[in-house]
Structure formats: C-alpha cells, structure tokens
Design a protein around this ligand. Structure first.
Ligand SMILES: NC(=O)c1ccc[n+]([C@@H]2O[C@H](COP(=O)([O-])OP(=O)(O)OC[C@H]3O[C@@H](n4cnc5c(N)ncnc54)[C@H](OP(=O)(O)O)[C@@H]3O)[C@@H](O)[C@H]2O)c1
Length: 269
C-alpha cells in the first residue's frame, strides 16, 4: 500500500532513522530527510523554514543524542535537542511520530528526563500525535557502539564480553519497530504506545540468544551485574508492558525472529 502522504524523517544517519527511510521510501509519495548536514538543528527558525518548504503530512522524529554521558554533561544542548527541536517540529501543522524510549517510564538520568519531556511537549502541541516508547537493537548506529554492535564486533574478534543479569528489557529489531509504526500510522493510533517484544529478558540472556543465533562461542559471554557507581544512573527494569499492541492490534514481536532477521540482513549486506 502506498500512502498519499509527504513524509519528513529526522535522524536518518542513525540506526533507526535509516531503517525508517529504507522502509518508507517506497511507501509514501514524497519522503524527505532532515539531518545535521542540512544546517544547525538548534536554530529553530532554520528548522521551521526547512520543514515548511516540504510541507510534510507526517514527521517521524528520530533525532536524539543517545550518548547518555554526553547528555549528563551537556544539559543545555541536550534540552535544546530533545525538547526544543521537538517543540519546533511538533508545533507545525502536521502529525508527528515521536520516537521515545522505554526508560521514559522510569527516568533516571538527563537523557531519560528530556526524552520524557519531549513526549509531553509533542502531545501538548497536538494530542493526535503518536509517541512511541520502545527499546531497539540493530546496526549502523551513529556511534557504532550500540549494545548489539558492541557484542557482535567483540564476539567476532573473540573478545570476552559481560552481560548484565540484573537488567531487564524487551528490545526489538529496528525493522520490527518500523513495520509496527507503519501499522499504527495506518490505524490512526494517537497518544503514547509501547512497542517492544513479547518477552522480558536480562541483558545477559539477550546476549546468550545472540551467541546462539549468530553461532558465537558462548564461553566468551560472562555473567555480570550493572555497576552501582556508574556515572550515569540507569533503571534496572526497562521492559515495557506490551498488552496494548497485543490486545488491540494483535501484534506480537518475538526475539528469535528479530535476531534471525538481523542475521539474515548482515549476511546479505
Ligand atoms: N538506540 C537505542 O537503544 C534506543 C532505545 C530507545 C529509543 N531510542 C530512540 O530512538 C531514536 C533513534 O535512535 P538511534 O538508536 O537511531 O540513535 P543513533 O544511531 O545515535 O542516531 C541518532 C540520530 O540523531 C542525530 N543527532 C544526534 N545529535 C544530533 C545533533 N546535535 N544535531 C543533529 N542531529 C543529531 C544523529 O546524527 P549524526 O549521525 O550526525 O550523529 C542520528 O541521525 C532516538 O530518538 C532515541 O532516543 C533509541
């Protein structure tokens, strides 16, 4: 199905934005992107002018600084990026899909807090906007150091890694998320919704599954716990309740399926 819509996707140089662009480029009449190469994205007059030039029906907003330590240290820039830019784009006369994070349900650090504030701004500007709380894994992140990439690269080089057995989540492969967002846009869902896996696993168990599916040596994976004195405070349970997508939309996202799809994508890359 091709949507008769003009779409603007922000942050398409990142892990998730790239997948949105890849998926939607054939699904919408016009798809435009907004990234830092286009100009200073904290110059909101510029951003407004840029967006209005394309007159989008939908903005999928993926830009965020995912370096939690940077967010802690550079509060002003983080606030401007996560809240100022979100306000600028969500106050335009179109629908916004705001990509939030599972940790907004229990904020522990500045990244979490500003992502939560971004959600609120987005919905205050337009209650028909769509806010996606999620947790993801995949490839091609801006840092190249997301959980899966770090594990995959280390294990490929036979480097031992530690997986936290006391931190729980239900991350999904970026492609599983993108397809689900497409469904929810078509179903005209509004407000906050959780998109995550139909499972809760510790990071250790997740990495065990990575070892199993990607056929890495399981002895390279060590069980550990999240350091209590880390510079950036983090919640130990960021698993999202997925009852709404299951009961209302019959969507179930599975861990083995996501990892197998990612394995396949890496093989054909
Ligand atoms: N990764 C996760 O585990 C995770 C989990 C839950 C939610 N999310 C959310 O998912 C969304 C996408 O994240 P991701 O995983 O794709 O992260 P990513 O790979 O780090 O991509 C982030 C994007 O934001 C852009 N960006 C960062 N700082 C910027 C700045 N100051 N000015 C302009 N652009 C800037 C990056 O541009 P450059 O490439 O130029 O740096 C990149 O396009 C974010 O909203 C994030 O909060 C991520």
């Amino acid at each position: 199905m091709v949507l008769d819509k003009t779409l603007l996707i922000t942050g398409t140089t990142g892990m998730l934005g790239k997948q949105f662009l890849d998926f939607f480029k054939d699904k919408c009449n016009n798809v435009y992107t907004l990234n830092r190469v286009d100009g200073d994205l904290l110059d909101f007059d510029f951003v407004k002018e840029f967006a209005l030039k394309y007159n989008p029906d939908i903005i999928i907003h993926c830009i965020a600084n995912t370096n939690l330590k940077y967010c802690e240290e550079q509060e002003k820039d983080t606030l401007l990026l996560h809240c100022g830019l979100t306000h600028c784009l969500s106050s335009l006369d179109c629908k916004m899909v705001y990509i939030s994070t599972s940790s907004a349900q229990d904020p522990h650090n500045f990244y979490d807090k500003t992502k939560l504030l971004g959600e609120q701004i987005c919905l205050l500007n337009n209650k028909n906007n769509l806010v996606i709380r999620t947790n993801i894994y995949g490839i091609n992140s801006s840092s190249g150091k997301s959980l899966f990439e770090w594990a995959y690269n280390s294990l490929t080089e036979d480097i031992q890694i530690t997986g936290y057995s006391d931190v729980y989540f239900n991350a999904v492969y970026t492609k599983q998320l993108v397809r689900t967002v497409f469904d929810l846009i078509n179903k005209e869902h509004t407000g906050i919704i959780n998109i995550a896996g139909d499972y809760t696993v510790s990071k250790f168990k997740f990495l065990q599954k990575v070892c199993e599916i990607f056929e890495f040596d399981k002895n390279l994976l060590i069980k550990g716990t999240q350091p209590a004195n880390a510079l950036v405070k983090r919640s130990k349970n960021i698993a999202l309740n997925v009852n709404e997508i299951k009961q209302k939309y019959n969507i179930r996202l599975h861990l083995e399926e996501g990892l197998s799809e990612l394995k396949n994508d890496l093989e054909i890359q």
